[in-house]
Design a protein around this ligand. Structure first.
Ligand code: HAM
Length: 426
């Protein structure tokens, strides 16, 4: 049997786990300062949820979802994103009434069957946030401000927030037609994907990476120049508010996003260190989404960051495992029970303690203790058991204090005694 994980799915090693935790903790702190509360959402949903919202013609629904038929005949999908699930959960719990202006965040695994490469996996994690019940431009501006503050808190290198407006049902249909006509005139220069998208989702022609398509779309009409009055004033106000609050954004009229539920504001965050998959996060406004799920007409704006990409973009500041404070070394099998009890008391008092094995020689135990970075070792052998006191070896000042530490002392007394013996503290 092959031991490697399934293609696009990864085993995450201890160092990266720590880096992920640091990124998550920094992000959660910012989110909570903005008044967001965390919800936990299921990994499996009915496939219909994503078809209706993310869109039948999106890459995610067309070719990337992991779906299967359950034993009762229903078709389920591993969630490819969190917004649709969050809005479903919000409606299901009756929060449209109880929390008409809810602010929620979520984190966890998402699944998309994309071609794996650096920063792109089939199972990846997102941390996402949604602000429901707010249709005013201040909500969009606050979402972008929050995005920038998360980037700062996590320490993303050279991050940039790109902003666009995708219009709404009043102005986008005419724009789509104009773009389709533009593409139709240049159909011979377009790649296979763009040809098939031309009628179903012409906006995606704007962010195709194929050079010939990029050239063909040079000079094409842009959504920002075709906005209706309401969308234009909304977009203008979002930009004004961001300028006034000192958040720097870059206009990107070609950015369209890969999910169909967006209207008006759309944004993406790029950062250094990511190679060709340089979007570390993205989001926007999705006012029609709740209604698509059969709920009331509730506005929404939000975003999600990819955790793996955040870790890559924050690289250079990898946290290491917290150092060991104390090693407890049983020199006899007989000392093991006492040593485990001693270590437990010290750990419950907040010390990071490693217990050595009596099957190793004293020399080997000390070598390992030295490598652990512990400030002191508590040795318990025959004589120490007799005396009821452990010998303390001060690893900082390289000194032994024979039979000093009461084996059955309470944690507070033990820590005080260790602290006094080891200059610089344990
Ligand atoms: P998205 O742009 O599809 O938006 O994904 C957000 C982020 O997830 C991306 O910027 C990227 O960092 C990460 N990501 C996406 N696919 C992969 C992958 N295959 N491997 C690694 N990372 C990936 C959404 O999902 C929307 N739900 C965001 C949103 C929330 N819009 C409004 N509210």
């Amino acid at each position: 049997m092959k031991l490697a994980a399934v293609k696009g799915f990864r085993d995450i090693q201890a160092g990266e786990v720590l880096a992920r935790r640091a990124v998550l903790e920094a992000s959660c702190e910012v989110l909570e300062n903005y008044g967001f509360e965390e919800l936990e959402l299921p990994l499996l949903e009915k496939v219909e949820l994503f078809k209706r919202t993310v869109g039948d013609t999106s890459d995610i629904v067309e070719k990337e979802m992991y779906t299967f038929e359950d034993r009762d005949g229903s078709t389920l999908a591993l969630r490819p994103e969190g917004t649709a699930s969050l809005v479903r959960a919000y409606l299901a719990a009756g929060m449209a009434r109880s929390q008409p202006e809810g602010r929620f965040y979520y984190q966890g695994a998402m699944f998309r069957r994309e071609r794996p490469q650096k920063g792109r996996f089939r199972q990846f994690s997102q941390i996402g946030a949604e602000m429901l019940g707010r249709s005013d431009p201040a909500a969009d501006a606050e979402a972008v401000t929050l995005v920038a503050d998360i980037c700062e808190a996590v320490g993303l290198r050279e991050y940039r927030v790109e902003l666009n407006s995708l219009g709404d049902d009043a102005c986008r249909p005419a724009y789509r037609k104009a773009l389709e006509a533009w593409g139709q005139e240049r159909i011979d220069s377009l790649c296979e994907d763009c040809r098939s998208r031309l009628q179903r989702n012409p906006l995606r022609l704007l962010d195709c990476k194929v050079e010939a398509c990029r050239e063909a779309m040079q000079g094409a009409p842009m959504m920002v120049d075709s906005l209706c009055d309401d969308c234009e004033s909304h977009h203008g106000r979002v930009n004004e508010l961001l300028t006034e609050s000192g958040v720097e954004v870059t206009a990107n009229p070609r950015m369209v996003r890969g999910l169909d539920y967006y209207c008006r504001t759309a944004f993406e965050v790029t950062a250094a260190g990511l190679g060709s998959q340089d979007a570390v996060g993205g989001g926007g406004r999705y006012d029609g989404l709740a209604a698509l799920l059969g709920g009331p007409d509730i506005a929404g704006v939000g975003f999600a960051f990819g955790l793996e990409r955040m870790v890559l973009a924050a690289a250079g500041q990898e946290p290491s495992a917290p150092p060991v404070d104390i090693v407890v070394a049983p020199l006899e099998e007989r000392a093991l029970g006492v040593v485990l009890g001693l270590a437990r008391r010290l750990r419950r008092a907040g010390k990071r303690v490693e217990v050595e094995s009596p099957s190793r020689s004293l020399k080997a135990q000390m070598k390992r203790a030295d490598r652990s970075g512990a400030a002191c070792v508590l040795l318990v052998g025959e004589a120490e058991l007799e005396a009821g006191k452990a010998t303390l070896r001060d690893m900082v000042n390289k000194a032994d204090h024979a039979q000093l530490i009461e084996l059955d002392g309470d944690a507070e007394q033990l820590i005080k005694c260790i602290g006094e013996a080891v200059k610089g503290g344990a």
